[in-house]
Design a binder for this molecule. Sequence first.
Ligand SMILES: *[C@@H]1O[C@H](CO)[C@@H](O)[C@H](O)[C@H]1NC(C)=O
Length: 395
Amino acid sequence: MNGIILLIYMVIIVGRGESFFVDITYVESAVAKGAVCLDGSAPAYHFDKGSGAGINNWLVHIEGGGWCNNATTCLARRNGRLGSSKQMAKQIAFSGIFSNKPQFNPDFYNWNRLKVRYCDGASFTGDVEAVDPATKLYYRGARVFVAVIEDLLAKGMKNAENAILSGCSAGGLTSILNCDRFKSLLPISTNVKCFADAGFFINAKDVSGAQHIEQFYNDVVTTHGSAKHLAQSCTSKMKPSLCFFPENMVQAIQTPIFVVNAAYDSWQIKNILAPGVADPHGLWHNCKTDIKKCSTTQLQTMQEYRLEFLKALSGLMSAKSKGYFINSCYAHCQTETQETWSTNISPMLNNKVTIAKAVGDWFYERSPFEKIDCPYPCDKTCHNRIFDPQDNSLA
Ligand SMILES: *[C@@H]1O[C@H](CO)[C@@H](O)[C@H](O)[C@H]1NC(C)=O
């Protein structure tokens, strides 16, 4: 999308009242617990209070933003918004799953809604006591997670009737990896469920045949000391870093969980299937910016990726009270923007069911939702992503 179109689009969205700004809150009490961002600063979130019938319902949604896998990449991240609360915007726009209007967010608009800022670089799993004097990096994501939840309990979540841990991308992965931990931190009487948007990253080979993502996650887990905070049912059976992949631990999750993911997740295609290192001649470049520009062979490779994705997802089938919405779009994160969450032109499955409706029906047990789309390009409701060809960022 070019700048002017984006600007017009934003004016329309803001003008229609689809989003509003919410101030940042710093969790200063976390610092004494050593629960800090990569640079040692306090964790933070944006919080819009619930009202009416939603006053005791809590949506804790975790921000995404990739991972840092070694001291070099974590140092690069430390002085930005993904590593330091000092660099975060003081206000962010709430819409989609965060909307406070029933017409845009029918089931959660009056809940307490939080966006927890991502600032550790390991999906809130890290816990290293020592701080390297050379880099001054803190790998403390798992402590941050607990400290944020404790802060919210003190602010009223201890009386929660309903609670959801959700998130998108690396935050969606947090909601899978930390789902049972979240449940264990809440009162036994709270109805707790988890919901992951674009967080089901799979362990697939890249187009050169290398195990790129497996190596990358191995570095993340090693650097951040994440092993002891990953699911024990998994780490007792295989190398801890493999337990960073939902496919290897989701079977044992005890808390109800819902997965929303595009089968051709654009982050996964760009960074798992065809990362730059696996495509030195840039043959995938155009295809990654716009799925319409993929060659027949590339589309074939992506169809195989979809099948691998569905195979990886099969572990979820044995989990109890699960749900899933797997569409055939070229997309990544479909809950945080109004246009993909809940409008009459949003992505839909099963004859006009939006993501918002599928998740709401599942949460309130009005009806189950377990639906996998037919393969690309069958789905006409997709909002397929088109990336700026110059943009090589990972997020
Ligand atoms: C750190 O990770 C990046 C990204 O994977 C890689 O390019 C770089 O070589 C790594 N650096 C070290 C010192 O291992």
